[in-house]
Design a protein around this ligand. Sequence first.
Ligand code: ADP
Length: 183
Amino acid sequence: MPQRKKGENEDMDKVAIYPGSFDPITYGHIDIVERALEIFDKVIIAIAHNAEKRSLFTVEERLEMVRAVFKDTPNVITDSFKGLLVDYVAKTNAKVILRGLRATSDFEYEFHMASMNRSLNSHLDTLFMMTSKDYFFVSSRTIKEVASLGGAVEGLVPDLVVRRLKEKFKLPVTKQKQIGWDD
Ligand code: ADP
């Protein structure tokens, strides 16, 4: 089969949508995106406007951070959406929803969501990628909790996110108290 050059016919691109809150983006998310790029030509990170979830960062702030993280990766597109995910997906050429799985606790919710999305659009599949061993304990929620108490989150989120967290929690940007996970 003749090889197709990247970007030659975008309709034939294998595209995945990675939806979520990304409040804020962590290395757990980034790891999933990087691994997905081995399978897909393009990954669309879709930040959900979710009125029911209290967020630390506005959708605009989250978009800005995700865009900065992937500024040198043109096959990662960052967008936001309101309403049903299946309606947003229909406006793109993606056929797959990408989600990360951490522990069994993620499974039940993810299983329900994937089943519901498939019932809303039977052409749509959800692909789950298992978390990496280095990030199985990393969630945006715990990152926010630890950062709000002055704990170090370096190495778990990109430096620009560390800075934004410190600004939000009004912590000094240079000196941060180191606390253990059991404190
Ligand atoms: P949501 O608010 O929809 O749960 P999140 O922003 O928390 O979205 O996460 C988006 C997706 O990334 C979810 O599928 C979640 O399970 C996954 N994810 C989050 N953190 C990690 C991690 N450390 N390793 C693997 N997947 C993760």
